[in-house]
Design a protein around this ligand. Structure first.
Ligand code: HEM
Ligand SMILES: CC(C)=CCC/C(C)=C/CC/C(C)=C/COP(=O)(O)OP(=O)(O)O
Length: 304
């Protein structure tokens, strides 16, 4: 426990506040995809080192989340969804969060280098750099394509997991990267359809704010269709078996259906939802289930 002061007032931070700076719920899926990258790699790695590598991915993802919250404290304070986070609520100072993020980032990269290899550590450092500098500091506030380009940061973990186990990168982890890359737009733009008021208030140029809901719905649909063959590609390239292929097909067709519901949601003439964005909320929830099951199937496929 520690006392923290922000210009707005005095707050007392709890361990839960420090934990929440790591964005644990979002990061759980990031860490899961990283763990799967490690598990499906052909090389056997000592279980203690494997656990350490996964811990490093979790630490790095969390640390970059804390640095993101330091940088974004101004917009987080304006958005309803984020206003109660520890920095805007005044329970942790922005500087403390920055120091925490930097220290954890350094520990994660050094520990990864010691426990596994330099390639995994370098990729881990690159993903922190990408999320903090490319997405958070540069793209997020400057272009509605922010999450397409910036989303690459969240796609690195399976490659890092694979590299930690093998010391190199090959086709399967690259395909897993590509899956997360094409999954991110329908995941985030579904959410942005029902959270666009927040982004508009904060002046963040997310797609629905700049191009409107109709254009965003179309993009959600297009990316879900593009994702279908990409999700199937590990099977089509012979790197995963029929179990994975069938799971990917069913999951992806269902995802396309959810996105179709987003596209054809009842709308007013400006394209605003008349159903409180029920289809977009459903597609967002499903997107998370989709990636968990798809990556889970990839691992199961290796062992059957
Ligand atoms: C630039 C890319 C991305 C953006 C902008 C984004 C944005 C968001 C936002 C704003 C939320 C709502 C979080 C909240 O209310 O606290 C969310 C939820 C979530 N995201 Fe993403 N996301 C991105 C990529 C990813 C990636 C790559 C993953 C994992 C591989 C992921 C996993 C999740 C999960 C699991 C949740 C649900 C958290 C919960 O249960 O509250 N996201 N995302
Ligand atoms: C290993 C490693 C470093 C992985 C990086 C993980 C990563 C980049 C995840 C991206 C997902 C994410 C938290 C987006 C939040 O966007 P936002 O910051 O705009 O969301 P917010 O409005 O909730 O702050």
């Amino acid at each position: 426990m520690s006392d923290s002061t922000l210009s707005g007032g005095l707050g007392v931070s709890t361990a839960a506040d420090w934990f929440s700076l790591l964005k644990p719920r979002v990061m759980s899926l990031v860490v899961f995809t990283g763990a799967i990258g490690l598990i499906v790699a052909p090389t056997h790695i000592n279980p203690v080192l494997a656990f350490t590598a996964i811990l490093c991915i979790a630490l790095a993802a969390g640390a970059s989340g804390a640095i993101n919250m330091w940088y974004d404290a101004d917009i987080d304070a304006v958005m309803h969804r984020t206003a109660s986070r520890p920095i805007p609520a005044g329970r942790i100072t922005a500087n403390d969060a920055l120091g925490y993020g930097i220290v954890l980032s350094a520990i994660s990269v050094l520990l990864m280098a010691m426990a596994t290899n330099l390639l995994a550590a370098a990729l881990l450092a690159l993903s922190i750099f990408y999320y903090v500098f490319i997405y958070t500091m540069w793209l997020k506030r400057s272009t509605p394509q922010n999450i397409v380009i910036g989303g690459a940061a969240g796609a690195f973990p399976p490659v890092i997991g694979w590299a930690a186990a093998t010391g190199h990168v090959s086709l399967l982890p690259v395909l897993l990267f590509t899956i997360v890359f094409f999954w991110t737009p329908p995941h985030f733009w579904s959410l942005s359809l029902f959270a666009s008021g927040d982004y508009e208030r904060a002046g963040v140029p997310m797609l629905p704010v700049i191009k409107g809901p109709r254009h965003t719905r179309l993009n959600v649909m297009v990316y879900s269709v593009l994702l279908l063959p990409i999700a199937l590609s590990p099977y089509l390239f012979g790197l995963c078996g029929l179990f994975y292929g069938a799971t990917a097909l069913v999951l992806s067709v269902v995802f396309c259906y959810y996105c179709w519901r987003v596209l054809t949601d009842q709308q007013d003439p400006q394209g605003h939802s008349l159903t409180n964005n029920a289809p977009a909320r459903a597609a967002f929830k499903y997107s998370i289930l989709y990636l968990f099951i798809l990556f889970g199937a990839c691992a199961v496929d290796r062992f059957i």
